[in-house]
Design a protein around this ligand. Structure first.
Ligand SMILES: [Zn+2]
Length: 383
């Protein structure tokens, strides 16, 4: 089973410049190939083969003054750009064939696109060094934050620069097949909401358990009591211990609840999609609570590592989505909905929506499109 593991990268300034050149070369080859394919199509010619494109757009192009700088990128990255375009086209044709709206026509990539990527495939194109750094040809040894264990040697790595200017390495690895769960048909989108802890695209709403809410009330009271105690007094020490003990109890209970819920979701679904929390954070108001945010990131981290262990797909929807305003049926953005609006009717297609369940379904649809298109061009649900 092939799975993805993503880590934050911290390239130096000169490494960032080298990566920018690599992204630029990959983008150029992608765009050149797209141009050739479009021209061939317009002229009624058969679709050019990858081997021929590789020869004309990489090997021979490098000998011309207009493209000699393609030598700034490893040749494997350039060839991967051709395969990515090929895949984007196959996805598009498959969409045409089954009448879906998941994949648009491959589009030209721009330097100004928020997201830039380069994929290194064969192991001689990249290496994880004993020092923990990632060696990329033409770039050097890049610092990695190993937020979790990489279970085995990766077969490829995609280096990503996102719209916020952050760098990531996304490794593809083979996991231990003994732990992989049998396949199931269901997939789930999860909305981490304000009124419920989580809402699933199948309509299930999961609240924070009562005992947790009770524990949090107790903590608040204990904190108030603490603030009334005189500084330096033994009563104050006692009160502080009580707050710490209550916090630890609540943290354990919360962790336990997250474990049960995440295991259940991973068992029941072949793929799980969630919103990127940092992106969601921007769209939220002061109503949100830091305790809830911390709970969410822990829960999402559990989903991610359990998905990896049990052979399920896990995907964070990167793009900012107005998931509470978008109709999951026709993908029209219906305008802002105040928090007290719990159900609404889509002005475009007339579907009636439960606010939270609809949001989870938008996340499911967007996640599916992003994941299948992970190597192709930018795709958005038909708007
Ligand atoms: Zn609609």
């Amino acid at each position: 089973m092939l799975l993805r593991y993503r880590y934050r990268l911290y390239p130096t300034l000169s490494q960032q410049q080298a990566l920018a050149r690599t992204f630029g070369c990959a983008r150029t080859v992608y765009n050149d190939a797209l141009r050739v394919r479009k021209d061939a199509y317009a002229a009624g010619m058969p679709c050019p083969r990858i081997g021929d494109l590789s020869k004309s757009l990489i090997t021979e192009a490098k000998r011309t003054p207009a493209r000699e700088w393609l030598a700034d990128a490893p040749v494997g990255v350039l060839q991967q750009a051709l395969r990515d375009l090929d895949k984007a086209y196959r996805n598009f044709f498959a969409t045409l064939a089954n009448g879906g709206s998941n994949f648009g026509k491959p589009r030209f990539k721009s330097k100004r696109d928020g997201r830039q990527t380069a994929r290194y495939t064969r192991s001689d194109y990249f290496r994880v060094l004993p020092s923990g750094k990632l060696r990329l040809p033409k770039v050097g040894e890049v610092k990695v934050r190993w937020s979790r264990h990489l279970p085995s040697a990766p077969s490829s790595v995609t280096v990503i620069k996102d719209a916020a200017g952050r760098y990531f390495a996304s490794f593809v690895v083979q996991t231990d097949p003994s732990e992989v769960l049998p396949e199931v048909a269901h997939e789930a989108g999860i909305d981490l909401g304000l009124t419920h802890f989580a809402v699933l695209s199948d309509g299930r709403k999961v609240s924070s358990p009562k005992f947790l809410r009770r524990a949090e009330r107790k903590i608040r009271k204990a904190q108030q009591a603490l603030s009334r105690k005189e500084k330096g007094s033994s009563n104050r020490t006692k009160a502080r211990t009580r707050v710490a003990r209550l916090r630890a109890l609540a943290a354990n209970a919360r962790k336990d609840h997250h474990h049960k819920l995440s295991t259940q979701i991973i068992r029941e679904n072949q793929a799980v999609y969630v919103e990127n929390l940092s992106v969601k954070g921007l769209a939220r108001t002061r109503l949100s609570k830091s305790i809830q945010d911390a709970g969410w990131s822990m829960f999402v981290a559990m989903l991610e590592y359990k998905a990896a262990r049990y052979g399920r797909a896990f995907h964070r929807v990167d793009r900012w989505l107005p998931s509470s305003q978008t109709c999951h049926v026709c993908f029209v953005i219906d305008g802002p909905k105040p928090l007290n609006v719990r159900t609404w009717t889509c002005g475009a297609c007339g579907t009636e929506h439960d606010r939270d369940v609809n949001a989870a379904r938008v996340i499911l649809a967007a996640g599916r499109a992003e994941r299948q298109n992970a190597c192709g061009g930018a795709v958005r649900p038909a708007a």
